[in-house]
Structures are given as C-alpha cells and as structure tokens.
Design a protein around this ligand. Sequence first.
Ligand code: ARG
Length: 720
Amino acid sequence: MKKLFISLLLSISLFKASADEGMWLPMLLGQQVYNDMVKRGLKLTKAQLYSINKSSLKDAILIFGGGCTGEIVSSQGLIFTNHHCGYGAIANASSVEHNYLRDGFYALNKEQEIKSSLTVQFLDKIVDVTKEVENAVKGLSWDERVKKLSEVYKTITDKVVDKENGLAGRIYSMFKGNQYIMYVYKTYRDIRLVGAPPESVGKFGGDTDNWEWPRHTGDFSVFRVYAAKTGKPADYSTDNVPLKPKHFLPVSIKGFKDGDYAMIYGYPGGTNRYETSFGISLKNEIENPSLVALRDMRLKYMYNEMIKDPAIKLKLASSYAGIANYWKFYDGETKQLKKFNTEAEKKKYEAAFTAWAKGKPEYENIFADYNTNYTAWTPYSKHRQYLNEGIMGSPVAAFAAQLAGIENAIIKKGSTEADIKKAADAANNNRKGFLEGEDKSSDEKILAAVCQYFYNDIDKSQHPIGFYENLKAAYGDLNEEATYKKWAKEVFSNTMIFDDAKWDAFIAKPDAAVLQADFAFAFASAFVKNYSTKYAPLYAAFVNKNNELGRAYMKGIMEMNPAAVKKMYPDANFSMRVSYGNVKSYNPRDAVFYDYVCTAKGILEKYKKDDYEFDAPTKQIEMLKNKDYGQYMDKRTKDLVVTFITTNDITGGNSGSPVIDANGNLIGLAFDGNYEALSHKIAFDKDLNRTICVDVRYVLWCIDKLGGASNLIKELKLVK
Ligand code: ARG
C-alpha cells in the first residue's frame, strides 16, 4: 500500500504530464508526444517538424550569436530575432552621430546592410553517442570519469569536423549524464544587420516592464546570413551572397484567438527541473539575494552616468541590459519559489524517493550525501557570489584580474621570452577593447563599493590575508565609506591600465614586480588568488559530487517509474527543443484577469514623453492615434496587436524563437517569461507559466509603416 502510494505521489508530482510543460527534442519526438501535439491542434506531419533528408521546420531555426535563437523568414536568408539579441550588434554599429540604437535603422537595399561580428549556426544532424561515451569511461571512478570526458568528447567530435563546410559537433549530456547526444552544427560567419526599430520601440517599458505581462515591447531585430557563392560559410566579403536556406517560415498575418495552437522551436539555455530542496534553499537564502544586492548597487552607479551622457549610454547600454535582466530574474525567481513552496514540495518528493530507495544501495544514500555535500560548501557560497558579482563586477578589477596571465608567464618555471610576449600581446589587445567599453566614473564608484561590501558581508576568516589591514593603515577606518572612496580614487590614478606611458613601458618589458605593485592588479589578484587557492577546490568538489548524485538520482527516478519515462524530457542545455501549447489568457492573482493580447491602445496609455523607459517615437504615437494599421490590423480587436502570451515552456536562450501556428507559419517571436512564474527554471507552473511574444503583425507594422522598409516585406511569404 505504502509503495503504491509513493509511486502514485511521484507520478503525479514529478511527472505532471501537464499539457504544456516540456522542452522536447524535435528529432526524438515520441509518438505519444506527437499525438498530443495533434490533439492540441497541430496540422503537420512528424517529418515536417523534423527530417534529416528533406527540408523541415528545423532548417529555418538557428542559434543566433551564441546565446539566442533566430529564424529564417525569406528565401534570401533574412533572419528575425529579438531586439535584445541584436542589441550588442546594433550598439556596435552605432555612434553618437549615427545612433541606430536610439533612432532605429533599416537597410533599404542590400548595400546598406551593416557587417557584424555575429555568427549563426544551423543544426545539420544529431547522433546518439551514449554508447561511445560510456564505453570510453567504463569502470572509471566519478572523478576519473569527469577528467576523461572532455577528451572523449573531443575524440568523437573530431570525426565530424569539416572546416570547409563549417561543420563541427558538440556533445550534450542529457538527463544529467544518463544519455549523450551530439549535435552537428554548420556555422555561418557573415551576418549583417538589416534593421532594428528605435530602442524606444524595441525596449519599450525597459526594466520596469521586463519579465512582466501586460507588455508593449517591439522586441525584434532583423539580420541576414551571407555565404560564399557556393553556399558554403565564408568570412565577411563583398563577394558573398545571401544564403539560400533549406527552409524558411511563411509569415501569417491572419491573427489568432485565445486557445489556438502555438509551438516554439529554439535553444533554451538551461533549466534544473530536478533541482533538490538543498539547491533551492541555498539559492533562496544565499545565492540569489547576494547577486541581487550586488547588481542593485552596480546598476545604480551605471544608470546615474548613462542618463547624463548619450556616449556613456552607448558604451554601457549592452552590459547594463544584461546585468539588469538577470538582476530582476533572480529576484523574481526566489519570490516565486517561495510563493509556490517549491522547497517544501521537493522535500516531499525526496522523502518518497528515499523510501522507495531503501535497500537499494545505488540510491538509498543519495539525500544523506546531498546533505553532507551542501553542508560542507554552504559557508563559502556567499564568498563565491561576492567575488563573481562583486569584485569582478568592477570592470577595471575584472580586466586587471586577467593580467595574471602575464604574471604567470613571467614566474612560471621554464617559460620563455616568447611565452611572456604572447601573454603581453594578448593583454595589450584586450586592453583596447576594455578601454573602449570603460566608463571610469561609474567604475570608480563600483570599485569602492564592492571592496566595502566584501569587507562588511564576508566572514573575516575568509578575507585575503593582509589586504584590509593594509587598506586600513593607508586609508583609514574600514567602517567608513570615505575610506573606500579614497582608495578607489588612488587605484584609478595609479594604475597603468589607464596610463598609456606606464602601460606601454610595461608591455615592452613585462616585469612581475611592476605588475604586482599596480594598485588595480594588487586588488584583483589578492581576491582572486585567495579564492582560487582556498575555495575554488572546495567548489569544484561540491559541483562534482552534486553531478555524481544528480546522475544517480535521475536514473533512480526513471527506474522507479518506467511508465512515465516516455513523457520525460531532458533539462534544457542549449540544444534544440520544441515546446507546444496554446495562446492563452490567465489569472495572475485572485480576481485579476490578464487578456492574451496587448494592443497599441496600451502603448498610448503607457507613453511618457522623454521618459527613459516609456518614451516612444513621435511618429509612432501619431500613427497609433490615427489607427494607421494597414493590413496589420487585428480583426477581432480592430486594433494593432503588439504582443501575446502562450503556455509554451521556454527559458533564456529561446529569446528570438519563432512562435509557429498549427500549419507551420510564423505568428510571433518569443522574448520573455512572465513574473508570476519566474521559478520556471526549477518548477514549471501549469496555471501561471506564460511565454511573452511579440506579434509578427506588429513587427511588420514597425518595419513597413513606421520604418518605411517595404523592401523587406516584399521578401516575405505572407499568409493572409
Ligand atoms: N527578459 C528578457 C529575456 O531574458 C530580456 C528582455 C530584455 N529587456 C530588458 N529590459 N532588459 O529574454
């Protein structure tokens, strides 16, 4: 009876075959999952979703810039992705005179398209390499296995490397190391910026509206992939031609209604749906609050400079957006994990698992071992966050830390003049990029603050030996903010990083004593060395043990409930996935109803002239007031639908992903998740989880009516 109860409990809670949860591998779609897609409204065959020999939907999907998703929308390699995915490239193409980030940009012909340093990758094929991997590590202890794995991966991927055709393999561990799959990608290196709306459209609502519904953001940008005339990937060249894709998505401007089928292809970066209660507790109590507090401070100092000067704004915008995005995410994540009682829920499953595991040596101690492992690491966890998000959050400190490469080359036994020169040249190169992006005014304040935060919040026994004692002797009371400010000022005036004469002399003749006496290096190096000698090994051991336990736990879960395995999907790991569900409204809280679309009416409601986040182009406001929507008007609302929500299961990395209707047409681009379900990396909530998408009709309206780039509309295959 007890046994039955346990397996029932597990099958209900862990395997909620709840309709919309699941990031499926499109190439390994089980019949059961496919049948469910059809039941939900899909009109395509399995081979239309994914096929190795014939062109299929997967051929229109790409990895954009190494961290986002994009899709091909024309026979000439035109790419749609999010504005926040193209953000860095748009900022790079901008200057104070030609401020494309602020004003938007459209190439009215191919000559006007702008070169970028981006790459895109198409999925060529996938191969299950579990047997090969397991054979190569058979009989090894966990530690030996971990050490050997990268070499095993390399042996396998080396076999598929084909430089000429841009092919290379990448192996993904699925189900926490219970399966290994190689994805072979084709990388294209000539990607050009074709269009972007003004930032006041592409990032309308800024960080206030980020991770929130209702939403009125036109989060899209347009690029094009070029190839050599042979169709092969090539470096940028004016001889290159637009890529003829294997498949491109038709664009539907027909509109949709609440409940309609929607699926999303793309590259979700990471989830941990089998996270333990221990992991959640550490996250909620230490990791997330530390990160949030440190980012809060950094963002405040950056913002204060950005609003003063458009040149600083351009410099810092991209890094600011990235920091702010996950500052809000991790704050919201903990709030939602607490709201959903996720830690307590996990504890229940874990108790049931442990009861099932009794008498099974492979599994019975898993949670006792987790406990030991977390207990050992927890005292140092905050320190790690304060190093990564604090000390390394000062750009000058992060750059100074890299100079350890030169120090190592100098002091390492047996290293040659050539080794030292190589390290110095690399640093010299990096310095150029660093200085281009550096804003000293905010950084000096950040540097002072991170030094003080570390002093106040990290256990004294973990401080780098001597650092704060010296600071006190030279600058005064460690409880006074002024002490840190005085010190930071000196760092900035003393360091060779900002002094060309000192720097050039050092690079010409690198000397360890000179480097060690540099204030910025001395600071960064004290904290990094302290961590890397004493705490990094503990962290590595902690992660290693967790991975070992995680693999066993996962295997146990599958063994315990074999019937549910078919409905299991591996955690997101930036391999291609498809998620299916519906367009759907929701109730975020008691008595509150959220509609499934946002319209232009809401832009007019939110609009605040000259506001940092809620300004909008004057021309847009006029056109919206005149209801000048053209063929992009939504028939039901008689308005312009800006965004909509679906029940799809996605996460960061999916940004830019196509939202596809039952017939394989593009209806929108996924760009965010909603606040009420920000716990989604760990627990998907079937009632509250929503994906926020920009409606493709709004994208086209912005390009065509607002931007005047009808040349791009002509390239598309419109479904009316
Ligand atoms: N939350 C979005 C995502 O991670 C990014 C939105 C960028 N916008 C912003 N205001 N930071 O996909």
